[in-house]
Structures are given as structure tokens and as C-alpha cells.
Design a protein around this ligand. Sequence first.
Ligand SMILES: NC(=O)c1ccc[n+]([C@@H]2O[C@H](COP(=O)([O-])OP(=O)(O)OC[C@H]3O[C@@H](n4cnc5c(N)ncnc54)[C@H](O)[C@@H]3O)[C@@H](O)[C@H]2O)c1
Length: 286
Amino acid sequence: MAEKKLADKVAVITGGARGLGRGYALRLASLGCDIAIIDRNLQGFTVYEFEKNLMTASTVVEECRALGVKAMGLELDLTDRTVTEQAMGQVVSEMGKIDIAITNAGGGTFKFADEVDSSESGPGRKGESGVGDINTTGTPSDCPQDALMRVLNINLMTCMYTCMAVAPYMKKQKSGKIVTVSSIAGLMARGGGYHPYGTAKAAIIYYTRTLAQELGPYNINVNCIAPGIIRTGRLGDRSSFAERIPLRREGTIEDCAKVVEFLVTDLSDYVTGKTITIDGGVSDQR
Ligand SMILES: NC(=O)c1ccc[n+]([C@@H]2O[C@H](COP(=O)([O-])OP(=O)(O)OC[C@H]3O[C@@H](n4cnc5c(N)ncnc54)[C@H](O)[C@@H]3O)[C@@H](O)[C@H]2O)c1
């Protein structure tokens, strides 16, 4: 049984209704941490068979409760700063405090499959309903305005608003661990239509460093993870990339959750402002 090294801690995990966020929630709950999941769709796991098959209860909140911790879920859109501030207030009033925040909400997509109807279905991997994500189009010098703003909003702004909303509580208690979520897309200038996503994820790395400078004197650590090619429902089976990855396999949700565990426990108490790449070595290839 896992040592309950996060007993008495409370974590907010954005975008925790499925995928990597779910993995972080379950990992922390297994360490005794109380969990608040915030997601624009708490049933988002129903979109992909891969995610549905992983579920052991009716929601991720219920899965956390089954691990013996307190858990709550809020369904809202974190691209709204006021809504985000109110959400963190609600977490504090229901759970007592916020010790850990993982700003995981995001994705390199213009519209998620659960936001589009079949007439608009995009080229992204199709979900159970046969509808796919609509990916960003354009180039760095010529990108449609709505796609540009949406991708910056769901990645960079949700991260910044979440950090800004939890910081006052953490400053007051003089402790906290914030983990922001970038991507190797923020490190590598590749990827065609992925350019606004890469821009947002690169900005998150800078934001992490500068926020760490500000919050360090309050005993708050701020670090970032940059996952590579990780198998989730939305992104699908990418084992065909294995030959191009030095560790010769796609990453798993657990690969990322283990690094998050390092960053939210005392193992990383003297680490701040840093980005840990979790990519099997792929971003160092030419
Ligand atoms: N899977 C990968 O290979 C990979 C690689 C690098 C980085 N990442 C990053 O990891 C994070 C999770 O990715 P994933 O593959 O698990 O994706 P996912 O689509 O399965 O999960 C993302 C979750 O965020 C939620 N979300 C998105 N926008 C939101 C908003 N405005 N307000 C509230 N919730 C919102 C979605 O509803 C969804 O549940 C993302 O930030 C993604 O960019 C993933």
C-alpha cells in the first residue's frame, strides 16, 4: 500500500475528468490527498473508449472517494478569470485550504470532440460518437483569430488564472506546490497547425519561472512538466512512434503521474522554477 505522504493535503487538479489529469488525481488520492477536480466536462471520459474502460466508478471524483479521501468536482470553464477565482473560493470553503495545484487543463485542439456536432467533425481522433476534435489550422504568420485565441485561452490563460487564484491562499498559509503543464511542443519549433499550442506551452515555461521567483519567499514551489508523446484517449495509440523515441515506447499516464508525485511531495522541496521533460528523450533528437 502507498505511504499516505499527502494525508491532510488538498489538491486542485484542473482538467482532471479524464486523461492525464485523472492520472494525477488518482495518484495523489492514493497518497492520502483530498482532491478537487475542475473540468469543463466532468463526464469527459465518456468521449473515448480508452478512457471509459479505465474508469472504476461513475466519475473521477467517485474514484478518488473510493481511495478513502475527500473529493469534489466543479464543472466550469477556466478560461474565465472571475469564474476561476470563485471556483478556488468554493474549494477552500468546502475543503478548508489548497496545498497543491496542478494546472493540467488544456490541449492542442481548437474544439474538443464533445463540443462539436457531427456536421463539424474535424480530423482529430474520433470519439465514441464518431466525432473528432477540430485541430488548429493556419501557420505562425497566418492563423485564424478564433483558433489562435481559443488555444491560447485554454492552455496559457487557464494556467495563469488558476495560479493567480490559488496564490493568495498559499501565500497566506506560507506553503504550497504548484505544477504547471507545458509540452515538448513548447520546446520544439515543429508541428504545423500546432503553433498556437506550442506558443502557449512555451509561455507556460516562462510563467513558471517568473512565478517561482515571486512565490519562493512564501515557501511555495512552482515547477512545470513537459510531457511528450503520452497515450491518452484523446490522442490515441501512438505506439508507432516508438522507433523514433530513444526509450523506444510511447509514454504512459503513470510516467507523468510519477513526476507529478515528485513535484508535489517533499522530495522536491528545494526545486523551483524548473521544467521536467517527460518524453523518453525524444525532444533532444535532431
Ligand atoms: N497526452 C499527451 O501526449 C500530452 C503531451 C503534452 C502535454 N499534454 C498536456 O497535458 C494536459 C492533459 O492532456 P490530456 O492528453 O490528458 O488531454 P484530455 O483532453 O484528455 O484532458 C484535458 C482535460 O482538460 C479539460 N479542459 C480543457 N479546457 C478546459 C477549460 N477551459 N476549463 C476546464 N477544463 C478544461 C478537458 O475537458 C479535458 O477533460 C493538457 O494540458 C495537454 O496539453 C498532453
